[in-house]
Design a protein around this ligand. Sequence first.
Ligand SMILES: Nc1ncnc2c1ncn2[C@@H]1O[C@H](COP(=O)(O)OP(=O)(O)O)[C@@H](O)[C@H]1O
Ligand SMILES: [Mg+2]
Length: 414
Amino acid sequence: MEAAHSAGLTIGYLGSKDALSERHRELAETVLLLPDVSPDRVVQAAVALHGVQPFDLAVTMHDTFLQTVARINQELGLTATPLRTVTAVDDKAFMREVLRGSEVGKVAFAKVRCAQDLLGLGEVLGFPLILKPTRGTGSQQIHFVRHGARLRELAGELDFSVPGKETSAPWLAEEFLTGPEFSVETFSVAGEHHILAVTEKFKTANFVEIGHLVPARITAEQQAPIAAEVRRLLTALGVQEGPAHTEIVLTDRGPRVIETHTRPGGDAIVELVRLASGFDVQELTFTWLSGKPLDLTPRPLAAAAAIWFLTLPEGEVTSVGGLDEARAAEGVESAYLTAAVGDLVPPLRSSWDRQGDVLAVGEDPDTALSRAQQAVGLFEVEVDPSTASRPDPPPGRRGPAIRHHLPLHRTVTT
Ligand SMILES: Nc1ncnc2c1ncn2[C@@H]1O[C@H](COP(=O)(O)OP(=O)(O)O)[C@@H](O)[C@H]1O
Ligand SMILES: [Mg+2]
């Protein structure tokens, strides 16, 4: 909303009361609050609002509302990314189907609707394979499957009920793509896709993202096919306008798409890109929407920028510190600690289980990355593992509470 306001646009806010801050209220000309923000309700409300106070475009920066907003624009005949494109992006299995037979349809996949489908995956895809929810986010429930025995276990564990009638299948299985992973920020204008940055991604063995670095440490020869694959993907999906965030694995057979989003990347990637390339994706989006010419000249504020996340062992947080030290460290732009005394740290299963982060800049990518990692190491968080959320050990086998003293970045696997 700040970016829309700076671009001179008139803003109306439609959504829940909880998500409306004082600043939103100041910036919005019209405010329509809904107790129920389910897709049908939001579409009805937007259409009614349009009757009273017509608007040029509905916009969201939030995954939850991408499809709803595409429905509003379609229903009102407003020019935006088509509903079919947004639906394909939102449903990983539907995206693979849309891409099947195209140049970007090279990843072997199978929809999984029931335990029977699951047990047959070995013959269809071979091993190892990835099994994931078709509409998952934040690396929740990404299963790396090495053999049939694991499939049989999963057949008894997974929920096959379809979450929402518009999902093509609850689970998607894919061939496992081996290689380093990158994400690519783009901005499309009339179907032409401009590459803003390629980001190097760091993740744990269970695929939780624990760091990002802009620019990625790749050669021009590696970057060219990545950029070409992303452009082919966006064209195949029908992305016409606005920001997109695409995830790619660089395999030894070439780049392969994991997924894409018709919105900018999360995890402060927007800020990394702003610092290391000078492109402010939010500003670009609204300047372009306001009809001004698009300026795509890179004006980096730093040579490189990185974010690193704090991950903690399971248990109860008994003390926190080091935030000021992390903030004062060389090159640090921002540092946040979400862990608080008394919190129960869960096992690291998704992006929401991370407990803080540091964003740092540097004169080259290695420096930015090591500064962010080292500053995360300055956080001092003590965790008592005897109160972990895992099942209690049998009586008599409970040892004394062990206190983990951090630097924590050593506990992180990439
Ligand atoms: N087919 C695959 N091969 C290799 N790794 C994969 C595959 N699919 C997913 N992953 C890994 O899991 C992560 C999360 O998967 P993704 O489809 O992006 O789900 P989410 O929406 O939760 O981000 C990816 O960033 C990647 O590291
Ligand atoms: Mg992803």
